[in-house]
Design a protein around this ligand. Structure first.
Ligand SMILES: [Zn+2]
Length: 475
């Protein structure tokens, strides 16, 4: 599982069959003459061979010794990057469709180059799915799971969640979810300060990290003190409300639905952003902006034609589409003014720039699959959005490779391209450092050393589309 050095593959001592093609007996794969973007720093290694044995990259270089029966992938004119991570991707099967479709969704996500997925709100069947992926029984991205959500308020149909109001309830929930095997504790909306303090304190004493939303009762300073990993840049806009404003709230999180709160956009003091970014950096807190989700749904909007043209469309039944898009006419019937929505975009983009400049580790998260924005496809859109905010394509790629693996704690094993690292890779037909949109031009995905070339990815997508397009909504 760990480092396998060059000598071991020369001796054919590695038993894994992970990268064998049917006609090849060797467990060695070589991606030949490829431009490697290793992501350890900004550089390209031109025209090198990448040798993979079993699930591990064993060497990079030119003219390396390889077994004659190694599987060979022609990398000429192609670029190789580490596999992508989506740090905030829910599955349709978490809430909207039956668990039997989980593996189909993972296939779609993997075919888009995502080799690790953090699903922030877990449930028991996802624990089993995580184990099935880990032992190779299901082909998909490695899963990291948040707990069922701890919320201060639930409503009929709230998924995988539990209301906690008091300290003892919050502590008990944290213990229960830690013991059940979830990787992180997930906090969501309307949590009381008492419940937040107890949950974060209990989690700290148990050694499990807390991720999620920050509400009006908690606010940014408290979340930073608690070293919570913040999703959606919750409470960042609220931190820009001037002291003399006749309100304290703005439009973070589900408050985007409250039209009167959009008036706050006329007041917000953008000159505070650098100081806030420094506070986040000093706290060592990583941030998942999920800007593409918020902009697509609530700020820019999407036309019917744009939705019809999304690559996700063929994976959705008409009945499920109606459920997933139910909020759209409700929101856009009486939307905030264009000027306020534009200011919302500008401020959130400026936060991304300033957070990055301050040294905050930004994380790529799609917040799939609401409004037909599915992990994989939507992961690519979030990368676009980092560049739209002012990051370079290289810096955007960091949010989906090294930064998440550093946060997840497995950067020593995966997340850059180097000998000894797990072979989770994406082979691209074009250079993503020239245009981040080129992460979509996928020639092959390598997951745990298993190479899936374009024709196989297309077969996986077709099979998943056949099944998922018949999946009926559960409600
Ligand atoms: Zn989410």
């Amino acid at each position: 599982m760990k480092t396998i050095r060059l000598a071991s593959f020369v001796l054919s001592a590695v038993a894994s069959a992970a990268c064998s093609a049917p006609t090849v007996s060797s467990d060695t794969c070589v991606i030949e003459h490829v431009h490697v973007i290793p992501m350890d720093r900004e550089r390209v290694l031109n025209d090198v061979d990448v040798v993979i044995v079993g699930e591990t990259i064993v060497s990079l270089g030119r003219g390396l010794p390889t077994p004659p029966d190694a599987r060979r992938i022609d990398g000429r004119g192609k670029w190789l990057i580490p596999g992508l991570v989506d740090m905030h991707g829910h599955l349709l099967a978490d809430e909207n469709i039956a668990d039997e479709y989980q593996a189909d969704e993972l296939a779609v996500i993997l075919a888009n180059g995502v080799t690790t997925l953090r699903d922030p709100i877990g449930k028991p069947s996802l624990l089993a799915l995580r184990a099935a992926v880990a032992r190779g029984a299901v082909l998909g991205p490695k899963l990291r799971l948040g707990s069922p959500q701890l919320a201060g308020r639930t409503w009929p149909g709230v998924f995988n969640g539990r209301e906690v109001h008091h300290a003892d309830e919050a502590r008990a929930a944290v213990r229960e979810y830690r013991d059940a095997g979830y990787d992180f504790i997930k906090l969501t909306t309307d949590l009381s300060r008492e419940a937040f303090d107890a949950a974060t304190d209990e989690a700290r004493s148990l050694g499990i990290r807390v991720i999620g939303h920050v509400g009006d009762q908690v606010r940014l300073q408290r979340a930073l003190e608690a070293r919570m990993q913040i999703e959606h840049m919750d409470q960042f806009l609220e931190a820009l409300v001037p002291d003399d404003a006749p309100f304290r709230e703005s439009v973070s999180d589900i408050s985007v639905w409250k039209l009167e709160r959009w008036k706050s956009l006329d007041w917000l003091d953008a000159s505070r952003i650098p100081a806030i970014a420094k506070q986040v950096a000093d706290a060592g807190v990583a941030v998942t902006p999920t800007n593409s989700f918020f902009f697509t749904c609530f700020a820019r909007g999407s036309t019917d034609a744009e939705i019809a043209a999304r690559p996700e469309k063929r994976f959705v039944s008409p009945e499920l589409e109606a459920v997933l898009l139910r909020g759209r006419p409700m929101y856009w019937k009486n939307p905030p003014s264009e000027a306020r929505r534009q200011r919302y975009i500008e401020l959130r983009q400026r936060f991304v720039r300033e957070l990055h400049a301050a040294g905050v580790k930004l994380l790529c998260g799609s917040d799939a699959p609401e409004w037909i924005l599915f992990a994989g496809f939507a992961t690519h859109r979030e990368l676009d959005e980092f560049v739209a905010a002012g990051l370079t394509p290289y810096q955007a790629l960091e949010t989906a490779t090294v930064n998440p693996h550093a946060w997840l704690g497995d950067l020593a094993q995966v997340g850059t391209i180097a000998p000894g690292k797990r072979a989770d890779l994406v082979l691209l037909d074009a250079n993503p450092l020239a245009s981040i949109a080129d992460v979509r031009k996928i020639a092959a995905v390598v997951v745990g050393g298993r190479v899936l070339e374009r024709a196989e990815l297309d077969r996986m997508l077709d099979a998943a589309a056949t099944r998922l397009s018949k999946a009926k909504p559960l409600e």
